[in-house]
Design a protein around this ligand. Structure first.
Ligand code: UN1
Length: 500
């Protein structure tokens, strides 16, 4: 058993306990007898100290050259590379996903770090002509101030860096609140920020649950921007609270994504894409697909093969290289999975794989569940077909043509990821133009986005401010700036500049 980590809050470059002195445990979801570590249970006064530190560091940080800020981010990239294996293992132990996925999480974090460091030397504004020859006009970007980054457990290294790094490069300072399910990954990241040489107060971290630490952070008057990735309910609450306080929020929420298999699909690609979309990360990505929408002509051949593959999936401790599916994150995750399965049965699902909680042998101390697969025609009033299950819960939904496939895809409150399987460019183009999503794929799974693309959805999946490479837009103001180099004032739009 590895040594337990004593995570701390990081405020103004120093490690702190919470004011209450209370701590909470982070357990390994594959074996809850293993305590990965403990973290301070923070409240409003800890949040206040972190936000004040960020506010005080802001003038110094935004005055620093953007290229210098980029160099600190490059230092961080070197450290992530150095610690890649240790971080990957920590991700797997703390959030349960298989080691190959733990590694992909850290590699994705590294890619984001390299991308943002490189952006430091890229053009950062635009020169644009004025109507008046003697005026030079520019579009500049200015930072917004203090950014609160509130992130989920399922990508405990990558998603924090999607949001923290663009904020920092642009000259904002940051207060980071990692998920209470993965505080030790958050702590490991904070240690690297310190080692990389970021000045005190530029990057701060407070641990704790949403109600006690997240809520005061969202409401703090000195926080200018809230960037959140997580559930629909919390995201919606954050948007509403920020609107009342006149502060900016960029939120990424859930999805009820789908793989759409059209009548001309290559069946092997369809099967492979469907299995990866449904079961990687045990269905716990916001881009996981709970739905396979398939043309009824192919469905009878597809379904038995899909069920056979789903049955063969290796479920176990993620530290084993041959594990395909690790545990769910916690008991609430298991309850949510069971609730969705029960709802599907009540709504008339034809159950093809009964799934269920695994408790025998090596599963005894973890939150392991098996794939639940069912066939069901779409129903507008269904809960199971329309609400996110965040678990290996998969509906196979037969449809009679491409228009019905598009209608079914769109008939949820979400609009995040969409994958279509077809050999026909006219068909994928039609699907692309008529489905509502933010991340789309052809002949691929609905998972697997890369950091230099925007990441975000429409409808209930987001509020129009995508993350990853697109986050630069959320954490900067585009400023118009015009300079007159004549000795006279001349106005645009033919407006007279004469006085009297
Ligand atoms: C998430 O699903 O929560 O597209 C983020 C992917 C990853 C990121 C997923 N690059 O699967």
């Amino acid at each position: 058993m590895m040594k337990q980590v004593q995570a701390m809050n990081l405020i103004r470059g120093r490690w702190h306990e919470s004011a209450s002195g209370k701590r909470f445990e982070s357990l390994n979801p594959a074996d809850t007898r293993e305590v990965i570590g403990t973290a301070p249970w923070s409240g409003a006064s800890d949040v206040d100290a972190a936000v004040r530190a960020a506010r005080e560091a802001y003038p110094m940080w935004k005055a620093m050259s953007r290229v210098k800020r980029g160099e600190l981010i490059d230092n961080l990239a070197q450290l992530i590379k150095r610690d890649l294996n240790a971080l990957s293992e920590l991700v797997t132990r703390e959030c349960g996903k298989p080691i190959n996925e733990g590694r992909a999480d850290v590699v994705e974090a590294l890619h984001m770090t390299q991308y943002v460091a490189g952006m430091a030397r890229m053009p950062h504004g635009e020169i644009i002509d004025s109507e008046i020859a003697e005026k030079d006009a520019y579009i500049l970007r200015k930072p917004k101030g203090v950014v609160a980054c509130i992130t989920p457990w399922n990508f405990p290294v990558a998603i924090p860096l999607w949001t923290i790094l663009p904020s920092l490069l642009e000259g904002n300072t940051v207060v980071f609140k990692p998920s209470e399910d993965t505080p030790i990954c958050g702590h490991a990241l904070a240690e690297l920020f310190v080692e990389a040489g970021f000045p005190p107060g530029v990057f701060n971290l407070v641990h704790g649950p949403g109600e006690d630490a997240g809520d005061p952070l969202v409401h703090h008057p000195e926080v200018d921007v809230v960037v959140f990735t997580g559930s629909y309910d919390v995201g919606r609450y954050i948007i509403q609270e920020c609107a009342k306080l006149h502060k900016f929020a960029a939120v990424e929420m859930g999805g009820k994504n789908a793989v759409i298999v059209l009548d001309d699909a290559n069946l092997d690609i369809a099967l492979h894409a469907a299995i990866l979309s449904a079961f990687k990360t045990s269905g716990q990505r916001c881009v996981s697909s709970n739905r396979i929408i398939i043309h009824e002509k192919l469905e009878p051949e597809f379904t038995p093969r899909f069920v056979e593959l789903a049955q063969r999936i290796n479920i176990g401790n993620g530290l084993r290289e041959d594990t395909f599916m690790g545990p769910l994150i916690n008991e609430q995750g298991v309850q949510k999975y069971l609730y969705h399965n029960q709802k599907a049965i009540e709504e008339g699902a034809e159950v093809l794989l009964p799934g269920g909680v695994l408790k025998e042998g090596e599963y005894q101390y973890g939150h392991f569940v098996a794939p639940f697969v069912y066939r069901m025609r779409h129903r507008a009033d269904s809960f199971a077909l329309k609400e996110e299950a965040f678990s290996p819960h998969v509906a196979i939904i037969p449809v009679s043509d491409i228009d019905e496939a598009i209608h079914v895809y769109n008939d949820t409150k979400y609009g995040l990821a969409m994958a279509v399987i077809t050999e026909d460019y006219r068909k994928w183009r039609y699907v692309r133009d008529n489905c509502e999503f933010g991340v789309g794929y052809v002949n691929l799974p609905s998972i697997g986005a890369e950091v230099h693309l925007p990441f975000g959805g429409v409808k209930g999946s987001g509020n129009g401010h995508p993350s990853a490479s697109a986050l630069f837009d959320a954490v900067t103001h585009k400023v118009a700036f015009t300079v007159n180099h004549s000795t006279e004032i001349k106005m645009a739009q033919g407006l007279s500049a004469k006085i009297g």
